[in-house]
Design a protein around this ligand. Structure first.
Ligand SMILES: C[S@@+](CC[C@H](N)C(=O)[O-])C[C@H]1O[C@@H](n2cnc3c(N)ncnc32)[C@H](O)[C@@H]1O
Length: 511
């Protein structure tokens, strides 16, 4: 015990509890994660350790022979940092690889958890370890050749892990702590050719609150490698990706205006990491460059939330009369399955749910009146956009269906919007903006803010509307491609989108 106390002191740790230290001292380091407190402690620290094959994949793709040769050419040992090192597995793999490639290195590991620092120091006695909060640490002006690892993913929606407010590194209140680690890595890496490679939550690719972090990286680095799988590789209930960036000093031609432009205006996403892997074609710049404004210029958009859910629940039933209630599950591209497919709403099954408006109270009366107008309803977690037109304004949206209501309150505009959304262009565009935000790997979350920004095509939509009104979804999609004047990608876009339509139609009830 005295020996381990001395070890901890050298490793820069303080002993937290007797039990933890003793426990660590007796265990093989490879099974170290079993020692990190209980589940709640793991959640608080985001301590989900990286499978060794992923560690090796990241290291092999980032610490390449050319990179090591280039960095060693200056003569000094390469400096490698893992700012949330856990048991030191990333540092160990990086050190091994550098040595195999003929280089030398200094390894630095930081972790807030004394037991983790203890494990790293035991595994890598040659490493420098610090038991500190990496985000609060005074770093001075280090210049690491490589910063790598798997920082904690700390959801800002959960009480146990929220930092309660905006990130000190520029992220919005809901930006995962992992985004702060990414910015930290960019601050301490050598801005002249250094590399950062982190395992990150998939949401960081496109979430609004991580936009500032993405912007900061994009301004100074290029993403040269990424990894993504639709499967969950950790016990943690999130999808992950791994991203690698090479940094370079800002060039002369980056004008001050370009650097200071507000994030929201450019809103860069890294959704291509997911989108390209699941085969979503990229769109030509013409889609935005030739656009005649956006969908949001022509309509107001809204999604219902908790209040509306509780407000409408007592009024929903398989009534004889009243507006139809349209849930996400009842919306397929160009078609409502109301009455054909049973639905569950507020934990009850209905065959053909309607809202008895006489049972609505207070503000829900105004809510319903405003929504009984020509509109388009959009399901919210899908692979391609699934939208249906309600030209007569006879239906009401369930939660969390997005409603799109033409400002002019006319059926013609509602049809145009429905046609526009029933196209491969709108779906590929949404993936580009929002890929990675869905609950499953193959879905996108479609909210009002996203859909309002959809570029409106320069040419008319009459042919697309006629096809949609005939129920010819595929011709509608092809006509919308023509309206955007992007014939060059017509076939690629269409075949990707049509494959999803085939899958959707295969699960539809027979007419
Ligand atoms: C996801 S684990 C990853 C550990 C290791 N890098 C790996 O890939 O297996 C995250 C680690 O971050 C540590 N951690 C959490 N908050 C931290 C902070 N603010 N500063 C430094 N380390 C932190 C946890 O203790 C945990 O060891």
């Amino acid at each position: 015990m005295r020996e381990s106390q001395e070890f901890l002191r050298r490793a820069g740790c303080q002993m937290m509890t007797k039990q933890r230290v003793r426990f660590e001292h007796q265990h093989d380091l490879v099974t170290y994660d079993a020692a990190v407190g209980g589940t709640s402690e793991r959640q608080r620290l985001g301590a989900w350790y990286t499978p060794q094959d992923l560690v090796d994949t990241v290291v092999a793709n980032v610490v390449t022979a050319e990179f090591v040769a280039l960095r060693m050419a200056v003569g000094a040992a390469m400096k490698v940092l893992d700012p949330a090192c856990g048991d030191g597995r990333f540092l160990a793999a990086a050190g091994r690889r550098i040595r195999e490639l003929g280089g030398t290195c200094e390894l630095v590991g930081v972790d807030i958890d004394p037991a983790a620092v203890y494990a790293t120091a035991s595994l890598l006695p040659e490493a420098t370890t610090h038991c500190e909060d990496a985000l609060e640490r005074t770093w001075g002006s280090p210049s690491f050749d490589v910063v790598l690892g798997n920082p904690p993913f700390l959801s800002q929606l959960a009480a146990a892990t929220t930092r309660s407010g905006s990130s000190s590194r520029g992220g919005g209140p809901y930006a995962d702590a992992a985004a702060e680690f990414l910015v930290l890595a960019s601050e301490v890496v050598d801005s002249n050719g250094g590399r950062v490679a982190l395992v990150l939550p998939q949401s960081l690719l496109s979430s609004r609150d991580a936009g500032d972090a993405r912007q900061r990286i994009d301004d100074r680095a290029r993403m040269f490698w990424s990894w993504w799988t639709g499967e969950r590789v950790f016990d943690a209930q999130v999808h992950t990706c791994a991203l690698a960036f090479e940094f370079s000093a800002p060039t002369e031609d980056q004008s001050p205006r370009q650097k200071s432009q507000p994030t929201a205006a450019r809103s860069p996403t890294w959704s291509h990491v997911v989108a390209s892997r699941i085969g979503v074609p990229s769109l030509p710049d013409a889609v935005t460059e030739l656009a005649d404004g956006t969908l949001g210029d022509r309509a107001w958009l809204n999604a219902n939330f908790r209040d509306e859910y509780y407000g409408m629940a007592p009024a929903v039933g398989d009534h004889f009369d009243g507006p139809r209630l349209i849930t996400s599950g009842l919306i397929d591209p160009g078609r409502s399955l109301w009455g054909e497919r049973p639905v569950t709403f507020a934990k009850q099954q209905f065959a053909a749910p309607r809202i008895d408006t006489a049972k609505l109270e207070g503000k829900m009366v105004r809510w319903a009146a405003r929504r009984l107008a020509p509109k388009v309803l959009v399901a919210n977690q899908t692979t391609v956009i699934e939208a249906v037109c309600d030209p007569g304004g006879d239906w009401l949206p369930a939660v969390p269906v997005v409603g799109i209501y033409p400002e002019s309150a006319d059926a013609d505009t509602a049809w145009q919007i429905a046609a526009l959304l029933t196209s491969p262009v709108a779906s590929a565009w949404a993936w580009k903006q929002s890929g990675g935000t869905g609950l499953s790997a193959n879905s996108i979350r479609l909210g009002p803010v996203l859909l309002a920004a959809l570029p409106w095509p320069p040419a008319g939509l009459n042919r697309a509307v006629e096809a949609l009104q005939r129920g010819d979804i595929r011709r509608c999609g092809l006509a919308v491609i023509d309206s955007y004047e992007i014939a060059g990608v017509r076939d690629e876009l269409f075949s990707w989108w049509a494959a999803s339509l085939d899958r959707i139609e295969a699960r539809q009830p027979r007419l």
